[in-house]
Design a protein around this ligand. Structure first.
Ligand code: SAM
Length: 213
């Protein structure tokens, strides 16, 4: 455990994210951080205590998914878009779309005020690769996603069942599950369990990301 990479401060988190970003993306992420903090005064997008560690707790925590996306691997099917379920304020989907402007990203979010915020961010930052579906996932006509992410969306079994119409055998799941990752994976049936493993999170020594093999 001790040799694991771990980000422990806002400064480290910002440097980490900057290392993944082009100049344009870095400016976009800083703009997003301002918009998010401003909007958080009007609606509850992130917890108030986590505002002070926005880059560590939310932005770096989202950005690290790119390390597990396998986007440069020839075997990775990127025919379908990156689909982010229950995006809330755009975590992680909007962060991914800012960092990867060539990658089509679809955000699904059911709450109208959150959808309005996502649409405003997309418009103000000119994110041509990102679209929002403002509805419950269950009501959206299925399409095939290359990658499916979901952060704080639903328990694993429910998440897999809701997202099944959007996945193929090539779809990669990236599911930041906080401190419950290993426990959640243990609780699902063996055939499903074998399709996933848990990667360490860079932002919390006890947190994990459930990733499909
Ligand atoms: C706990 S929040 C997490 C938001 C964000 N992913 C994050 O990490 O901050 C879960 C979000 O999923 C949305 N949501 C819950 N069930 C949904 C569904 N069936 N379809 C679409 N969105 C849903 C909620 O409105 C909420 O914004």
């Amino acid at each position: 455990m001790s040799d694991r990479r771990l980000l422990t401060s806002e400064t480290e988190a910002r440097s980490y994210v900057e290392s993944l970003a082009s100049q344009e993306a870095w400016e976009g992420l800083n703009r997003y951080a301002s918009l998010l903090l401003e909007e958080n005064q009007r609606q509850n997008l992130i917890s108030k205590p986590s505002e002070a560690s926005l880059w560590l707790r939310h932005i770096a925590d989202s950005a690290q998914l790119l390390e597990h996306a396998g986007l440069n691997a020839p075997s990775q099917n990127t025919d379908g878009p990156w689909l982010d379920l229950g995006s809330g304020p755009g975590l992680p989907g909007l962060i991914i779309s800012i960092l990867s402007p060539e990658l089509p990203v679809v955000l699904v979010e059911s709450r109208a005020r959150r959808v309005e915020f996502l649409e405003r961010c997309i418009s103000e930052m000119g994110l041509n690769n990102c679209t929002v579906r403002g509805d419950r996932l269950e009501r959206i006509d299925p399409f095939h996603a290359g990658i499916i992410s979901a952060r704080a969306f639903a328990p694993l079994e429910k998440l897999l069942s809701l997202s099944a119409p959007f996945s193929t055998k090539h779809t990669r799941y990236l599911l930041p599950k906080g401190r419950s990752a290993a426990h959640e994976l243990k609780r699902v049936k063996a055939p499903i369990r074998k399709m996933f493993h848990v990667k360490h999170s860079l932002t919390d020594a006890d947190a994990g990301i459930i990733v499909s093999k």
